[in-house]
Design a protein around this ligand. Structure first.
Ligand code: SF4
Length: 294
């Protein structure tokens, strides 16, 4: 990763960003598909800044173009990607997603904080307004159904109560489907460890984290309610964790859906009518598309 977020060790442990030859990525995805795989994830610390150039021919491929090349391999191959940095995700990527049904309608867009001053000392290189504008672009181009998730840090150095509330209000604005939520803990060798005092008492960090978790629970529940009584195309992943009689898979927005096993098998696509939900899981039954009119 070429970014230097002040809390993060990745740039020290993993080194500088490299963009792999696009042909090797497309070939690898094609081989996986031919071997029976039905989902690939283009993975990088910061996939949106992918930029490959062939020094001899001058051929250039950016992330939106790479995404499209992989999506065009076969409509039965689902394509996901992670992680997007809010400063780098472009409208071109969003339009490419909207063009191909097999590029999953889901974006992991870590905010880390909802407050511009905190984002600045985290060295995230975007502001709250910039982040909100990117979310507006996602909603405009990909609609409300696009799943969005985040990473959030509670109690970063010097974070005030008002700044913590900005994180909560950003969550309300975006309506995340889910989030990975942590209390700040200092990582040796990072800029924050060297330059900032880890000055928020543990009890306050814990309480702020609890508020973030509680907010996310409410939002996940609300978001899952919107999926009720709709048919979702599910790629079956395997037996449900809770019952041998149930299968589980994911819809395009990366939500886990559980439904009766019948004679379906992992790796198949199935249309599932969602009839119930918890804040973590959608529950339904397989249907023929024409069986239901919504
Ligand atoms: Fe890079 Fe992500 Fe670490 Fe920031 S948090 S330095 S973007 S890996």
């Amino acid at each position: 990763c070429d970014n230097m977020c002040s809390f993060c060790v990745v740039p020290y442990t993993r080194g500088r960003e490299r963009s792999r030859d696009s042909h090797s990525i497309v070939n690898e995805a094609a081989e996986l598909f031919n071997n029976g795989y039905r989902e690939v994830t283009l993975l990088g610390q910061n996939v949106d800044s992918y930029k490959w150039e062939n020094e001899i021919t001058g051929e250039k491929v950016n992330f939106a173009e790479l995404l499209e090349k992989v999506a065009l391999l076969n409509p039965e191959l689902r394509v996901r990607f992670s992680t997007s940095h809010p400063k780098d995700i472009t409208d071109e990527v969003l339009y490419t997603m909207s063009k191909h049904e097999n590029i999953c309608n889901y974006i992991h867009l870590p905010a880390q904080s909802g407050n511009t001053r905190v984002l600045e000392i985290m060295n995230r290189t975007y502001t709250r307004d910039w982040y909100m504008e990117r979310v507006d672009a996602i909603r405009r181009i990909l609609g409300d159904e696009c799943g969005i998730s985040s990473d959030m840090i509670a109690g970063f150095c010097t974070e005030t109560e008002e700044e913590h509330q900005d994180t909560i209000s950003l969550m309300d604005y975006v309506k995340y489907d889910f989030s990975y939520m942590f209390m700040y803990s200092e990582r040796p060798g990072t800029y924050a460890a060297k330059k900032f005092k880890d000055d928020i008492p543990e009890a306050i960090k814990k309480r702020r984290l609890q508020e973030i978790i509680q907010k996310q629970k409410e939002l996940s529940w609300q978001r899952n309610q919107l999926d009720l009584n709709k048919i979702h195309k599910v790629l079956i992943e395997g037996i449900s964790k809770k019952s041998e009689e149930q299968l589980q898979g994911r819809n395009s927005a990366n939500k886990v859906i559980v439904f009766p096993r019948e004679s379906f098998k992992p790796g198949q696509y199935v249309n599932v009518l969602v009839t119930d939900c918890t804040s973590a899981t959608l529950i339904g039954r397989a249907v023929e598309e024409q069986e239901i009119t919504i």
